[in-house]
Structure formats: structure tokens, C-alpha cells
Design a protein around this ligand. Structure first.
Ligand code: SAH
Length: 394
């Protein structure tokens, strides 16, 4: 039980009774005590019924719920949640197989741990906190991880320097909590890649595209592939295994291009089918010819906030319009949006406008999303963020 009590305004408990894990600051009537950001608080309805326990935050989301029953947030709590997540990954055959030692173990709200991400790369767990509460709990979480995963991990790297609220003024936001000096090679569906969890984007690799990369492999045979926004080259090495005729990887970051080349080399040494270019997407797309018949567009989130949504949709439309214009007849386009604020419908509409602009006959072959180790809590639909379309362009 927490010392701090957050009491909601009348009728503001409704979303909590439907297990939505966020409490907005506008729903709060009063607070007993003076919690600091990151403290554990108990939440009550206006008629003093217990509703939830969670981490207190400064901001529009004031509490992120950890439990809807009145329990202690102690070692046993962390261990039980992490065990539940691990059990599911084992059951899905994502963890503990010979082919794959890369998976997301904890996906925030999707695993009932709002504000916490943990990705596993072979013997290393990379932990990322998006809330001060998770930051404070990092050592307890690391202990629980070791208790659940045992010998399967030798290192825990904490990487929260870009994800924690800047104003919270915290220390020790990045570094090893356990181990160190790890081999940075991991395996996804039998393909090898290096992960730079210290300096790379997110936790070092985009684990969420695994299933979509597999689908691309399936269509790659004999095709000329453009992997635009390639980052560390995930789609490229799958395309090569799938028998692509040539694969061109493009990213504006030269570090990403360096990593892509390394990763392709790791799987297909000295294979002349692959080339990589450090260049801006729009520049490359504008000047390229019509040599490609399989194009991947996996841009960074164009909209991080609701107020830039319109611009983001324009961005998706423009980007896809060039691909529709240039892809060969019979070409296949894999196009994605990872912006959480762009809905599935809006994204489809943007791609639809781009297709119409090109005047070509376009069919939707697949509608893609995030994989099973990035589960969406059914009470928190906001957790669905990755959207993709696979299109056949006549
Ligand atoms: N497809 C990748 C993930 C892409 S993340 C994977 O499967 O791992 C988005 C990438 O877009 C980043 O690597 C970033 O460097 C790159 N990027 C951002 N803006 C860009 C631009 N204007 N042109 C080209 N690449 C860009």
C-alpha cells in the first residue's frame, strides 16, 4: 500500500474500471501527501473505493497503472510480471530457440508494465525506461530479470538517456546494471546481425519488423530490391536470403549504412548483389530510375504528436507517390508507418491518395502490424503503433 492517495473526480473512474492503464491529470480531484515524480501511488474513486496502484508522473498522464488490485510493488511483483511475459514468449517459440535469440521481452502496457521496454539480444537484455517510476525501479527490475532468465543472460544494459523526461534531472540513465563487454552478435530467424545497444537507435535494432521481414523474404526471389530507410539492414539481409537479384540499402545516416554493410557481410560475405548508400530518401527516390520491382519504405515516425498529424500524412503521401511512380509493373511495395498517432485508416488513406495520384492499378496483398512479442493490451488500443501495407502495383 502506498502512502500517497490520488483521489479522482466523480465519474472519472470509468476508464479505470475498464482497465485502461493511464490516469490523466485532469481526472484528479486531490492528492493526499506530496508524491514526487516516480513514486508509487494508490488511486481511489471520489467515493473512496480503491481502483489502482501505479507510478506517479508530472504531465498529462499523471499515473501509469501497475496493478488494479491492491498489492505491494516489490521484488515479487516485478518477478511475477517478467515471468508472465517470458512464459508467453516461450510459448510462442520466440524465446529459447536455436534460430532466434532476439525478441522483445517487455512491451510496456502490452505486458502490463507501462513505461518499460526490455529487448533481448542473445545474452544481453537491453532495458529502457520511459517513466521516472521505472527508472527508480531499474535495479529491482534487473534483479527480477536475472531471477527469471537465469543463465540465459550475462548482461543487462540500461539505456534510458533519450527516453526519460528531460525535466526530471535524473542520473545514471545509461550503463550496464549487470555484466558488460558482451558479444554484440544476435540471431533473428537464423540471420546474424550486430547490435549497437550503446549508441544505436531505440535499443539497437528494430525487433518489431521481424515477421514483416520474413514476408519480404518470401517475395524477394529474382527481384531488384530497394530497402529505403534501412537502418541496420534488416530487410536487406532477408531479401538476399530470399534470392533477390540485387539489393540496394539507403539511409541518411552514414552510421546506419556502415552497420548495414557489416550485417550483410556477416551473412553474405563479399556478395556483389548488395550495395548501400548514405543519402536522403527524397533525393535518392527523385533521382533513381525504374530499376526496382520490390521497394520497402520504412520511415521514422513522421508524427510524434497529434498536432503535426496533417504534415505527417502529407509526408507519407509524398513518399509513397514517388514509389508508385517509379516501381516496375508487377512490383511489390512494402510501406510502413510507425507513428502511434497515425491511425491505420489515416495511413491507408495517405497511401490511397498516393496510389490515385500515380493512376496505377494497386491491390492490397497484406495488412501488416507489429509481431506477437509487441502485444497490444486489449484495454489500451493506443499500444498498436506499427502499420504496414504490402501492395501489388500493376
Ligand atoms: N527499416 C529499419 C528501421 C528504419 S528506422 C529496420 O528494419 O531496422 C528509420 C530510419 O530512417 C533510420 O535509420 C534513420 O536514420 C532513417 N532516416 C531518417 N530520415 C531519413 C531521410 N530523410 N532519408 C533517409 N533515411 C532517413
Amino acid at each position: 500500500m502506498s502512502y500517497y492517495k490520488v483521489i479522482l473526480k466523480p465519474k472519472k473512474e470509468e476508464s479505470l474500471l475498464r482497465f485502461h492503464p493511464w490516469i490523466f491529470s485532469g481526472a484528479i480531484q486531490s492528492i493526499d501527501g506530496k508524491p514526487q515524480e516516480g513514486d508509487v501511488v494508490d488511486v481511489y474513486s471520489s467515493d473512496k473505493r480503491f481502483l489502482a496502484t501505479g507510478h506517479y508522473q508530472i504531465g498529462s498522464i499523471a499515473v501509469r497503472v501497475l496493478s488494479f488490485t491492491q498489492i505491494e510493488i516489490d521484488n515479487a511483483f516485478w518477478q511475477e510480471r517478467i515471468q508472465a511475459a517470458y512464459t508467453m514468449r516461450l510459448a510462442l517459440r520466440l524465446a529459447g530457440t536455436e534460430e532466434n535469440n532476439t525478441y522483445r521481452l517487455i512491451h510496456g502496457e502490452g505486458d502490463s508494465l507501462p513505461g518499460l521496454i526490455i529487448d533481448i539480444y542473445a545474452g544481453t537484455a537491453v532495458m529502457q525506461a520511459h517513466s521516472v517510476g521505472m527508472h527508480h525501479a531499474r535495479h529491482q527490475i534487473a534483479d527480477a530479470l536475472r531471477a527469471v532468465l537465469g543463465d540465459t543472460i550475462q548482461n543487462i544494459y540500461y539505456k534510458s538517456d533519450t527516453t526519460l523526461p528531460f525535466k526530471a534531472n535524473l542520473d545514471n540513465e545509461a550503463g550496464y546494471l549487470y555484466g558488460g563487454e558482451a558479444d554484440d552478435t544476435a540471431l533473428e530467424n537464423g540471420l546474424k546481425f550486430h547490435v549497437d545497444w550503446q549508441k544505436g537507435q531505440k535499443t539497437g535494432f528494430f525487433v518489431d519488423q521481424r515477421d514483416n521481414r520474413s514476408l519480404l523474404e518470401h517475395y524477394a526471389k529474382g527481384r531488384s530490391v530497394l530497402n529505403m530507410f534501412c537502418y541496420t539492414g534488416g530487410f536487406s539481409f532477408y531479401a538476399m536470403r530470399g534470392g533477390a537479384k540485387l539489393v540496394h540499402s539507403v539511409d541518411s545516416s552514414s552510421k546506419a549504412i556502415y552497420l548495414t554493410k557489416q550485417n550483410v557481410e556477416l551473412n553474405f560475405p563479399a556478395d556483389p548483389r548488395h550495395e548501400a548508400f548514405a543519402e536522403d530518401a527524397f533525393k535518392y527516390l527523385d533521382k533513381m530510375g525504374d530499376q526496382y520491382n520490390l521497394i520497402v519504405l520504412d520511415p521514422p515516425a513522421f508524427a510524434k504528436h497529434k498536432n503535426v498529424l496533417r504534415n505527417a500524412l502529407q509526408g507519407y503521401r509524398k513518399l509513397n507517390a514517388i514509389a508508385f511512380e517509379k516501381i516496375q509493373p508487377g512490383g511489390i511495395l512494402f510501406t510502413f508507418s510507425c507513428s502511434q498517432v497515425v491511425s491505420r485508416e489515416n495511413f491507408r488513406l495517405a497511401v490511397f491518395s498516393a496510389a490515385a495520384q500515380s493512376g496505377r492499378n494497386v491491390r492490397i496483398l497484406h495488412q501488416l502490424t507489429q509481431p506477437a512479442d509487441h502485444p497490444v493490451n486489449i484495454y489500451h488500443p493506443e499500444g498498436e503503433y506499427l502499420k504496414g501495407l504490402v501492395l501489388y502495383v500493376e
